[in-house]
Design a protein around this ligand. Structure first.
Ligand SMILES: [Zn+2]
Length: 462
């Protein structure tokens, strides 16, 4: 553990000589900069004291007279553990058909655990999963043992339609009473929030239906998220009228009447998870060699088979984007517009959270930083970017009282990033240490990580 130097200034004594890895506290972390996740200014030269899995204090100096182990990261930056506000634990990042080439009934659990570990190693300490298969719910303990805290909607609700096939990740409803019954069913199955799809492929539910689901969800203590995937003002208005808690994908930023609707979203504290990093990842295939489409150090940490398949899939996505361009799509103009929409929503007070639809095309787990880069590139201060990657996602997950910020009393989910994040936002991907509930759960300096992906990695070498 090269990075974990033990400092012993005069007033401090080593109390716990055991390995830091197994310890929940008390200890102190000294950092060069601290960004607390609330959007407030970065603090230089901070000391964070952790005890019993929680943050006890944050200050300039270490508390006098206490015997604490010191973790010295005084050239590095502390932020709260990331919250991926939209990531699918069962998906590996290749899109449905290509996923199926790697994932089978005999190895799907391994892939889930590998995804969980990759996410944690990238700094994600909480993963909000707005759609998963029922079989994955049985893996909760294993996921959380080696990966992030996992908050899932289980199956996604969708309005019944004739002549449409249904994957087992979805559950249909028809009518307000049925909507309530399905919400209760999801709760019984293990859902921790409700996810409802408002897409153009299905009839839009009535306001009565949507209100019934939101009311029942809230009655059960569950937040209600809606998926709106194409510009669709009617769906956004319906969701607002029904009182939903979050909106997923970027359609809520592409409104004809954005001024009025943004101010409603802001007034109600609705969290929007646009996932622009996912859009950018597709566009990147035009300018980045397909085999390098996933950046280092993530690329080398992925099972080789997956990294190769992602390169192959990048070629397919590139062809698709070239097809759009032939039909008049201009990626540079669209990017400029989308960055402006993002800024306008942020300035109107809309709470935006990072969550690039992790697990879908070209977005393997471990790539949440790609979504955070988007906000930095839109011109937001780094403190606001960090808030989107932490506290706003925690709010979407209903966990903001416990996680998502570095404040006394909060759970000690702490991420140390190498160097000074204020000078270079790309350091969001340079993980030096991951702490969850006060325990060091990932330390890249302690050698190659061979916990969850080891079987898949072995299979790669055959
Ligand atoms: Zn999704």
């Amino acid at each position: 553990m090269r990075r974990l130097r033990l400092a012993a200034p005069l007033a401090l004594f080593l109390l716990f000589p055991g390995p830091v890895r197994s310890q929940a506290g008390p200890y102190a972390i000294r950092v060069g900069w601290l960004i607390d996740g609330t959007g407030g200014s970065a603090q230089p030269d901070a000391a964070v004291v952790v005890r019993n899995g929680r943050i006890e204090s944050i200050g300039k100096a270490l508390p006098a007279g206490q015997r604490l182990r010191i973790l010295d990261f005084s050239s590095d930056t502390a932020v709260p553990g990331y919250v991926d506000a939209h990531g699918h634990i069962t998906l590996v990042g290749l899109g449905e058909e290509a996923d199926a080439r790697l994932v089978s009934a005999s190895n799907r659990e391994q892939w889930v655990l590998c995804n969980a570990r990759t996410a944690l190693a990238s700094g994600v300490t909480t993963l909000r999963d707005p759609g998963t298969y029922p079989w994955a719910l049985a893996l909760r303990k294993q996921i959380e043992r080696i990966g992030p805290r996992w908050i899932t909607a289980g199956r996604q609700l969708v309005k019944r339609a004739r002549d449409t096939s249904l994957d087992e990740m979805f559950l249909e409803f028809d009518g307000p009473d049925d909507g309530r019954a399905r919400a209760r069913q999801l709760r019984r199955e293990g859902a921790e929030f409700i996810k409802l799809r408002l897409t153009k492929q299905r009839p839009l539910p009535s306001l009565e239906e949507l209100r019934a689901i939101v009311e029942e969800g809230h009655h059960l203590g569950l937040k209600v998220a809606v998926h709106i995937d194409v510009p669709y003002d009617d769906a956004v208005r319906l969701a607002l009228a029904a009182g939903v808690d979050t909106m997923e994908h970027n359609a809520p930023l592409r409104l004809a009447d954005s001024d009025e609707l943004f101010s409603q979203m802001a007034a109600r504290g609705i969290v929007v998870v646009p996932g622009m990093g996912n859009w950018q990842a597709r566009i990147d295939t035009l300018s980045i060699p397909t085999e390098e489409i996933i950046e280092e150090p993530l690329r080398s940490k992925l099972p080789r088979k997956l990294a190769a398949a992602l390169g192959q899939h990048a070629r397919e996505v590139r062809e698709q984007v070239l097809g759009w361009i032939k039909n008049g799509f201009n990626p540079d103009n669209r990017r400029k517009e989308a960055l402006q929409e993002t800024l306008r929503a942020h300035r109107a007070g809309v709470l935006l959270a990072t969550g690039p639809d992790t697990g879908v095309d070209l977005m393997p787990h471990g790539r949440l930083y790609k979504d955070a880069y988007w906000y930095a590139e839109a011109g937001l201060p780094i403190e606001a970017v960090v808030r989107m990657a932490t506290l706003n996602g925690a709010r979407a997950a209903g966990l903001d009282a416990e996680v998502g910020s570095l404040l006394p009393g909060k759970r000690a989910d702490i991420l140390i990033l190498r160097g000074n994040l204020l000078q270079d936002y790309q350091r969001l991907k340079d993980v030096a240490l991951v702490i969850r509930n006060g325990r060091i759960v990932f330390n890249p300096a302690s050698g190659p990580d061979s916990t969850a992906c080891s079987e898949l990695l072995k299979a790669n070498q055959q």
